[in-house]
Design a protein around this ligand. Structure first.
Ligand code: DGL
Length: 263
């Protein structure tokens, strides 16, 4: 069981930013990744639809013998993690949510910005997160429609992307944010571009590394940490595998075997 793989998924390529943190922290682990690119963007879908996708993907990882599941997607977590934990009570499941707690602790101006999908920002889970951790700070939320689609196309630098992103970042800067939460796993790929748009003393916070540490804790508690060596990561996509194959070397450290996901 220790050498069983870990299942990781996202609506698309965004979760690769989390997969990289997992691989960095846990290099002995064999990783399976599902990108539900045929249904992108989750951020504009209903919670019911996302819950169905979460169940289908979790069922697939169960068949693959995965010893743990990571929802490398904020939007899927707010919609689907509770149902998955109910359906698989014994399975270590790690979800992710915008880093409100660390941002509230880090801000000096008392104003924190959150870039995330519409689905995440409108969820009850996000409202509860603010109630719990953001009582002493002002939080400015900014949904970012369109960003995910551009990143999915492999665009991290175009003029169109730059303009769209600038429009989302400006209100946060104008409100005096000194800490910006990247509340969608696609956005860490935009850090180089974002850094050109914001003053140096503004921090960008994402949760990929914290998710990897939480996964490590859950596996260690259950004596499930692999001793290695890891097998090469395997990838599935619910859209055209060729497109994912082409984008993989841009967003992941190497090429990989990409198969079609038909669930
Ligand atoms: N990467 C996802 C997240 O963390 C969502 C992207 C999408 O809208 O599909 O929220």
């Amino acid at each position: 069981m220790r050498e069983a793989p870990i299942g990781v998924f996202d609506s698309g390529v965004g979760g690769l930013s989390v997969l990289a943190e997992i691989q960095r922290l846990l290099p002995n682990e064999s990783l399976l990744y599902v990108a539900d690119c045929g249904n992108i963007p989750y951020g504009e879908k209903t919670p019911e639809f996302i819950q169905q996708r979460c169940s289908a993907i979790a069922g697939f990882f169960q068949q693959q013998g995965a010893k743990a599941l990571v929802l490398a997607c904020n939007t899927a977590t707010v919609a689907g993690v509770a149902n998955l934990r109910r359906d698989y009570p014994e399975w270590p499941i790690v979800g992710m949510e915008p880093a409100v707690k660390p941002a509230a602790a880090a801000t000096r101006s008392g104003v924190v910005g959150v870039l995330a999908t519409t689905g995440t920002l409108q969820s009850a889970k996000f409202a509860a997160l603010l109630d719990r951790f953001a009582t002493d700070v002002r939080v400015i939320t900014q949904p970012c429609p369109g960003l995910v689609e551009l990143i999915e196309s492999g665009d991290l630098h175009s003029q169109e992307l730059r303009q769209l992103l600038q429009g989302y970042v400006e209100p946060l800067l104008a409100a005096g944010c000194d800490t910006i939460i990247l509340g969608c796993t696609h956005y860490p790929f935009l850090k180089p571009l974002l850094k050109q748009m914001i003053p140096e003393d503004i921090s960008l916070i994402d949760t990929g590394a914290a998710v990897a540490r939480q996964l490590q804790r859950l596996l260690a508690e259950r004596e499930l940490l692999a001793e290695g060596p890891a097998r090469a990561a395997q990838f599935w996509t619910s859209a055209e595998p060729e497109h994912f194959r082409n984008i993989l070397p841009v967003l992941w450290n190497s090429a990989g075997i990409v198969q079609s996901f038909k669930y």
